[in-house]
Design a protein around this ligand. Structure first.
Ligand SMILES: *Cc1c(COP(=O)(O)O)cnc(C)c1O
Length: 352
């Protein structure tokens, strides 16, 4: 009998999305309703011709493309096979047994998995009205807190806090605590993010981004982070060398450079989202205001959420169940094409 080492044997598997049967349209993984830039697709196809060669392990062109559109230094950038790779490596590099990683009540569940992989404890500060509370986070900080993770805008709530609140959090946190700001949905959040990137140069804050959501490249697996150099040097030891394929790097570069396509995609998704959310609110659902490409739909109770899930599957759609987040009375709806959101809204109106 072969046994895994004890911390691994004790772990639960990461809860992958239930995508139902193949005939259902998935609104379960916050993938983009808008295809990626055509320039990204042609750059990716051209890069396939270089498949004999290992990809650039330094992501040279990709880091230059990122630094051309965000207030970050190329030297502070690391790229990951999705931002999940970076978040996982950050936690393993900076927290271990006996330490705490502090997240928020409805924070991104992958962080809990990454903490388990690191053999470190994950605790959660309560949120108010599905929204991160900086005061609640600060109240949970102790001598063993090594990392604080805040996702803004939040998944699965869709809510956002002002960036000024994150500056206040950083100012109040001791300098020996690493703050990870997960900005997977920042492109949908129209506030100025320059002050958040400016925190990185002070040495104790990391900002992560992804191409998986607004850029429509979830399948390419590209994420990036702005990290203080000393933090980045440690994380780099844990990254897989050659972690992002040639074609994925090429797609990411072209997608980042196509600002017009990104703006149009974000505007289109926000428009569909706002009318979908308004319709659900008119039907009596207390949908929190979303600054992302999804909305959280609270039902009156767990049974009502199950009823809605069954009705939506019958109508051909699968949303994300929220039991893992401690929200079994909710479903999360990724914003898809307008006609699909029309069908989902109609189904939910009947049940309201
Ligand atoms: C989708 C998502 C990510 C990014 O995942 P990738 O690994 O880059 O695809 C990170 N954080 C949150 C909260 C997300 O929802």
């Amino acid at each position: 009998m072969i046994h895994a080492v004890r911390p691994v044997a004790a772990m639960a598997s990461y809860a992958l999305a239930d995508l139902g049967n193949a005939s259902l349209i998935s609104l379960a993984q916050n993938e983009s309703a808008v295809p990626p830039s055509p320039k990204a697709l042609s750059a990716g196809r051209a890069a396939l011709a270089r498949s004999t060669l290992y990809p650039d392990p330094d992501w040279h062109d990709l880091r230059r493309a990122i630094a051309a559109v965000h207030p970050v230094e190329t030297a502070s950038l690391l790229c990951g096979a999705g931002s999940m790779e970076l978040i996982g490596c950050l936690i393993r590099a900076f927290a271990g047994p006996g330490d705490d990683v502090l997240g928020t009540q409805y924070g991104y569940l992958f962080v809990a998995t990454a903490a388990q992989q690191a053999g470190t404890r994950y605790i959660r500060a309560s949120e108010t009205d599905y929204t991160v509370s900086i005061d609640a986070v600060l109240a949970r900080v102790t001598d063993i807190t090594r990392i604080v993770v805040v996702c803004n805008p939040g998944n699965p709530t869709g809510t956002r806090i002002p960036n000024a609140d994150l500056l206040r959090l950083r100012a109040a946190l001791p300098d020996n605590i690493l703050l990870i700001i997960d900005q997977a949905y920042a492109e949908f959040d129209d506030q100025d993010h320059a002050p958040i990137f400016a925190l990185v140069s002070r040495g104790e804050t990391v900002v992560t981004r992804t191409l998986s959501k607004a850029y429509g490249l979830a399948g390419a697996r590209v994420g990036w982070g702005a990290l203080p150099p000393a933090i980045g040097a440690e994380v780099r030891k844990l990254l897989n060398p050659n972690n992002i394929s040639n074609s994925s790097q090429a797609m990411a570069v072209a997608a980042i450079q196509d600002r017009a396509h990104l703006c149009a995609a974000v505007a289109e998704i926000a428009k569909i989202r706002n009318s979908f959310a308004a319709r659900l609110r008119a039907a009596g659902y207390a949908v929190p205001k979303s600054a992302t490409n999804f909305v959280l739909i609270p039902f009156s109770d767990i049974e009502a959420a199950h009823r809605a899930d069954r009705a939506l599957r019958e109508a051909g759609y699968i949303l994300r169940g929220m039991r893992g987040y401690g929200l079994p009375h909710c479903l999360r709806a990724t914003i898809g094409a307008a006609r699909d959101m029309e069908a989902v809204a109609q189904t939910l109106e009947v049940l309201a």
